[in-house]
Design a protein around this ligand. Structure first.
Ligand SMILES: C[S@@+](CC[C@H](N)C(=O)[O-])C[C@H]1O[C@@H](n2cnc3c(N)ncnc32)[C@H](O)[C@@H]1O
Length: 272
């Protein structure tokens, strides 16, 4: 085979690998989301009105994180000062920042979107974590982080959309020290490619489940946010830019009918 044809075949194989594993699409969607003006006054008002005291405004999440979630993550990680925490699929880093500051830990964030990682690195001074936080592009299932190098791992509102969930949970176990906790918030869903119960997945990767709870009030909050996003589509497009606003609008339309079949859970698991 000539060098050119070998190169061309490798290119096609990579293309199919990326599309087949859903990596390309997810990365593109999130680069679109993070590329524009991700936040707008209308967007913040929607969350303020729906979440009330539960709105984690300082963390500024790309999802449905609450103040109660943040406190539960910090508590269930059981981390000591100056220990190493990794936030997997961290987005703009807000949840990890809040928990690292609360627990006194050092933070590493990993996300597939280079746009998110660039913006997360810019937010480090906002949380006073200069020299104690860094963010890198990486896949949940292949972080590139050293083995047994973390005392805690967290992930918020992300594992459900990662194509290789088994690989991602094994990778989390690989980077954790024995006895360290993985605290994850994700959605259960009974459908092809989705997970109905995360416990067997975690146990097969070498974790012992410490708690497994539905996050209270998630469904009504999520539905109310989606309804308002659809009602205020024009204002959101005007303030966020078409590309970014459309990601939220598409998400609202696609997810709303699925909400009765989903459950948002917070899981704390200990690496054996
Ligand atoms: C709903 S957002 C949540 C972000 C953040 N955890 C938060 O709560 O603000 C989901 C994140 O998962 C990231 N993501 C999706 N697939 C990924 C993968 N395979 N590896 C790493 N990150 C991924 C996206 O880029 C996005 O930032």
């Amino acid at each position: 085979m000539s060098k050119t044809s070998h190169w061309f075949k490798s290119l096609i194989a990579s293309f199919y690998w990326l599309v087949y594993h859903g990596r390309w699409r997810v990365k593109d969607v999130f680069d679109d989301l993070y590329g524009g003006q991700q936040r707008s006054e209308t967007f913040r008002r929607i969350f303020r009105e729906v979440f009330g005291d539960e709105y984690a405004e300082e963390a500024d999440p790309t999802g449905f994180l609450t103040m109660t979630d943040l406190r539960n993550i910090a508590e269930r990680l059981r981390m000591g000062k100056d220990q190493a925490l990794v936030d997997l699929a961290c987005g703009l880093g807000g949840a990890g920042f809040w928990v690292a500051r609360e627990t006194g830990s050092r933070l590493t964030g990993i996300d597939i979107s280079s746009t998110a990682i660039e913006k997360a690195n810019q937010r480090i001074p906002d949380f006073g974590l200069e020299g104690r936080a860094d963010f890198r592009v990486g896949d949940f299932a292949a972080t590139g982080l050293p083995e047994a190098s973390f005392d805690g791992a967290m992930s918020v509102d992300s594992l459900f959309l990662v194509p290789d969930k088994t690989g991602s949970v094994h990778e989390t176990a690989r980077v954790l020290r024995s006895g360290a906790r993985f605290v994850v918030i994700t959605w259960e869903l009974e459908a092809a490619g989705a997970v109905k119960d995360y416990r067997p997945l975690l146990e097969n990767a070498g974790f012992e489940i410490e708690s497994y709870d539905e996050t209270l009030g998630w469904e009504s909050r999520q539905r109310a946010v989606y309804e308002r996003i659809l009602a205020e589509e024009a204002a959101l497009i005007n303030e966020m830019g078409e590309t970014t606003a459309r990601v939220w609008v598409r998400d609202a339309r696609a997810e709303m009918p699925r909400l009765p079949h989903m459950r948002r859970v917070l899981v704390a698991a200990r690496k054996i």
